[in-house]
Design a protein around this ligand. Structure first.
Ligand SMILES: CC(C)(COP(=O)(O)OP(=O)(O)OC[C@H]1O[C@@H](n2cnc3c(N)ncnc32)[C@H](O)[C@@H]1OP(=O)(O)O)[C@@H](O)C(=O)NCCC(=O)NCCS
Length: 180
């Protein structure tokens, strides 16, 4: 739901690498929230140890895991998972935002920001794709607003929280980046 009293000031937003000295508790805020993890493949965290393990085993080794910051405080995360070999032309986008900040355009800002810079950072990349549960209307709207193309529905594509899900495939190409 949009928070009417909360105009988004984009100059307060930034994307930066995860900082294990300052961001662990902030990550725990969204990772321990059932509302946030509803459409994610992973289960809601119930202890900080789980977050620390995830950070050490996944986040810090990830080639593109960034936190979305409001006034330099992490309020969410966005990642691009790269492929190798003949699939190196495409990467998969993922993102998550603490529920307190939903409805202010923050995720749309972050997806646009990554879409406009990722192809320069990774020259072999030509396509950024995102797979969204058909029931996750908010996330689909984010991708539409960020200029992604809805390509179709992949039926019974993956299992999330024990349920086999239909997933919507969205894509954004290097040639879609607006030229300044
Ligand atoms: C999806 C998510 C990232 C969106 O973040 P956000 O910052 O609130 O997104 P924005 O404010 O940029 O845009 C949300 C849009 O979805 C719309 N929306 C939200 N819930 C909706 C719903 N149930 N049905 C239809 N539209 C909905 C909002 O109205 C807004 O569109 P608008 O600007 O045209 O009004 C956030 O809800 C989240 O972290 N969800 C849990 C994790 C998740 O689903 N990640 C994505 C996995 S693919």
């Amino acid at each position: 739901m949009a928070k009417q009293d909360d105009q988004l000031n984009q100059s307060n937003l930034s994307i930066r690498p995860f900082d294990p000295t300052t961001d662990v508790d902030d990550l725990m805020v969204w990772a321990s929230d059932d509302q946030v993890t509803q459409f994610c493949s992973w289960d809601t965290y119930t202890s900080k140890d789980q977050a620390v393990e995830y950070i050490n085993n996944f986040v810090l080794n990830h080639p593109y895991y960034r936190v979305i910051c409001l006034n330099n405080r992490a309020v969410g995360a966005i990642s691009v998972t790269y492929n190798t070999g003949n699939d190196k032309c495409r990467g998969e986008l993922g993102y998550v935002l603490a529920s307190e900040y939903w409805g202010r355009g923050i995720a749309t800002w972050a997806v646009k920001a990554v879409g406009c810079t990722i192809f320069e950072e990774r020259s072999e990349l030509e396509r950024l794709e995102a797979l969204v549960d058909v029931e996750n209307k908010g996330s689909q709207r984010v991708l539409e607003k960020a200029g992604f193309l809805k390509e179709g529905v992949l039926r019974k594509y993956c299992i999330q929280k024990g349920k086999t899900c239909d997933m919507v495939m969205f894509s954004f190409l290097s040639i879609d980046v607006p030229q300044m």
